[in-house]
Design a protein. Structure first.
Length: 421
């Protein structure tokens, strides 16, 4: 199977949407010979910071001499970014081969099943990921959950360490309308006798659920502090917190850490689409914060970065696109007060709010900030750079789809984009 065909087959499954439940995934694992049992695993769940934390855990373990794999979601440009061996993504052909194996297994699972019980896109991707991680002989894989935990397709691994980065009110349609309900869904990944690592500043309701589930399952709780005890190369205070969680998770898995290995991992690890520098004069950043909690973390970090690079004449300008299932008003009310100008745009996602709607919502927040509407992401970013001036700072944020649009060469990637999960 060629890479383009593999991607088309994966994209076609998105039309059938999401269907929670683990029965199809378990049957897929059986058809593939249970690859999920052929490596040790660390499972990362939470509302924000999962991808960064997973990459950081993998980096620490690799620096300790382990062959590490990582399964991530979403991707920015191409699906093969989701499956990593060491510090590299799969090649397009390796990904195509993994999808071909998963498709053969899916045909067995789907045979005789009603259409509404066929393998979903995320299940196929996860099965391909587990299959390839096993094929490549990784010792340990760091697995990022897609959505929730209890019925998430990733939740078929016998992980020894689970990580809850934090809990916020997101995906309430599927996970519940309270912090307690959402935490319970996410913490269903906790295994009997395992170690559960909690992020710092955990919401009190989520902490209560964690204590309850850990007690029921004989799991040990480790609460990370917010200090990574190392200089973190990835920008942003939230990335320092993420590395602190990753450090705690790696220690829970390894038992003892080599401080030199931790320091080296902290200095080297970078996360595409998270405070990613894509330009200078003005400093231009891409950050995939896509909900209110993520924007709060971004807003905490921007002044620190701005102070170190911005001149007296330079402006702080944000390029913002938000999807229609997010609380856009809350997100705008957080980012607007720290900016000199907001440039409102729309990603290619069909769920992106129209820029005039965003402008209206921004005005309703009562924040006195200059705002412009520019219909397309690339034009919006260029306008923001003009407004910021050479000594300014520009950040594009609000949606992973926006970040995907900006890092993609649309003339050649065509249908490639960030996916929903």
């Amino acid at each position: 199977m060629k890479p383009q065909e593999a991607e088309q087959r994966v994209l076609a499954l998105e039309l059938f949407g999401m269907r929670f439940g683990l029965d199809r995934m378990r049957r897929l694992m059986t058809a593939l010979g249970h690859p999920e049992r052929q490596f040790k695993s660390i499972h990362v769940v939470g509302t924000n910071g999962k991808s960064s934390t997973a990459r950081m855990i993998a980096a620490i373990l690799a620096r300790h001499g382990h062959k590490v794999g990582t399964y991530l979601s979403p991707h920015l440009v191409s699906y093969n970014e989701r499956i990593r061996i060491g510090d590299g993504d799969l090649t397009p052909q390796q990904f195509a081969d993994a999808i071909e194996r998963a498709l053969r297994a899916a045909q067995q699972v789907d045979h005789g099943a009603p259409q509404d019980d066929h393998v979903t896109q995320f299940e196929l991707l996860t099965a391909a990921g587990y299959s390839e991680l096993a094929r490549q002989g990784v010792e340990v894989a760091v697995i990022e959950a897609g959505l929730g935990g209890r019925y998430d397709a990733t939740n078929v691994i016998p992980s020894s360490v689970q990580v809850l980065t934090g809990v916020g009110l997101e995906h309430t349609r599927w996970l519940g309308s309270t912090i307690t309900a959402i935490a319970r869904e996410k913490l269903e990944v906790v295994q009997p006798g395992a170690t559960l690592v909690l992020g710092p500043d955990m919401h009190a309701e989520a902490l209560a659920v964690a204590l309850e589930i850990a007690a029921e399952r004989g799991a040990t709780i480790v609460q990370a502090d917010s200090d990574p005890h190392a200089a973190v190369g990835a920008l942003g205070a939230f990335q320092r917190r993420n590395f602190a969680v990753a450090r705690a998770a790696a220690q829970a898995y390894l038992g003892e850490l080599d401080e030199q290995a931790v320091v080296a991992a902290a200095a080297d690890v970078r996360v595409p689409g998270r405070m990613q520098i894509v330009g200078t004069e003005p400093l231009t950043l891409l950050d995939g914060a896509h909900n209110a909690d993520g924007i709060v973390a971004l807003a905490e970090s921007l002044p620190e970065i701005s102070r170190s690079t911005r001149t007296a004449e330079g402006k702080l300008v944000a390029v913002v696109s938000i999807l229609d299932d997010k609380n856009a008003s809350d997100m705008l009310s957080v980012i607007a007060p720290i900016c000199d100008v907001i440039v409102l745009t729309a990603s290619q996602s069909s769920r992106a709010l129209p820029p005039p709607t965003l402008l209206s919502l921004l005005q309703q927040t009562g924040t006195e900030v200059a705002a412009e509407v520019v219909s397309t992401p690339h034009a919006a970013l260029e306008r923001a750079r003009q407004l910021a001036g050479p000594g300014g700072v520009v950040v594009a944020t609000g949606s992973i789809y926006l970040i995907a649009d900006l890092v993609s060469d649309l003339a050649t990637t065509g249908a490639r984009r960030a996916s929903m999960l």
